[in-house]
Design a protein around this ligand. Structure first.
Ligand code: SF4
Ligand code: SF4
Ligand code: SF4
Length: 251
């Protein structure tokens, strides 16, 4: 008897679609995944536009009422909803607009046409509807996506690690980037990416979101110890950290 495959759909709202591209970058494993599911909607690789699905991967954050309406519709149809990528899980880079008055942001982006464009506070998906699974990161980390996919297929839950990137970084025996004069947010950022950036010599900029109980004072002490200026701290913290503090929850 032919195995019944779950129907999977990929959707996006306000985002750059980079997380969907990440899936296409793992073409070897992608074939194994495709063997176990039926992709019914994924506009970056297929022309089908099926609206009957079991699992919906939703990329992007909610930045206006149109986004919110789409999220509600997708949630209503999907048995399982996956927040896919930092925009969806924690509000992502779009959250920068939460740090300034919306009218000011609209004027700066659209100039004289500002009044023609609707915009609202940036929200993560779970600030609008309940979410069943989270795949964090900007972009998502492919090995974690495969882990989540496997859990979904087996009907098991997945919890995003709630310990610091530094833990994974130490397990990989990397020399701390602070010792090389760089500034890294690993101490307060959720792990799960196997210290992806520091392992390639790049600092962690916090894309997987803040720990539930971040050691903020510890991070400030590290900044002080290595003489990091206020301007650099502001720059680093604004990208994801401050936005998340002021808006999206994330997991
Ligand atoms: S999380 Fe990053 S890569 Fe993914 S859609 Fe948002 S901005 Fe793009
Ligand atoms: S490089 Fe970053 S993640 Fe690695 S130990 Fe240092 S602060 Fe932590
Ligand atoms: S190291 Fe930091 S910035 Fe890089 S993927 Fe992991 S959480 Fe994101």
């Amino acid at each position: 008897m032919e195995k019944i495959k779950p129907k999977v759909a990929f959707f996006d709202i306000s985002c750059c679609e980079g997380c969907q591209l990440q899936l296409l970058n793992i073409e070897d494993t992608l074939l194994d995944i495709l063997d176990q599911v039926e992709i019914v909607n994924f506009r970056e690789i297929a022309s089908e536009n099926g609206q009957d699905y079991d699992v919906a991967f939703l990329e992007g954050s909610v930045t206006n009422e149109h986004d919110a309406q789409r999220v509600l519709e997708i949630r209503e149809k999907a048995k399982i909803l996956v927040a896919y990528g930092a925009c969806a899980t924690i509000g992502g880079i779009n959250g920068v607009k939460n740090t300034r008055p919306l009218d000011e942001v609209r004027r700066e982006v659209y100039g004289d046409l500002a009044s023609c464009f609707e915009t609202g506070p940036n929200r993560s998906i779970d600030q609008v509807v309940p979410v069943d699974y989270y795949v964090n990161g900007c972009p998502i980390y492919p090995p974690e996506l495969l882990k989540v996919f496997t859990r979904i297929l087996r009907g098991l839950p997945y919890s995003v690690p709630d310990y610091a990137v530094c833990v994974e970084c130490k397990l990989r025996e990397n020399v701390c980037l602070y010792e090389k004069g760089q500034v890294c947010l690993g101490p307060i950022t959720r792990a799960g990416c196997n210290a992806w950036c520091p392992s390639w010599g790049n600092t962690c900029y916090g894309c997987r979101g803040i720990l539930t109980n971040p050691a903020e004072q510890g991070q400030l002490d590290v900044f002080k110890r290595y003489g990091v200026s206020d301007a650099v701290i502001f720059d680093k913290m604004t990208l994801y950290y401050k936005c998340q503090k002021e808006g999206a929850r994330g997991r």
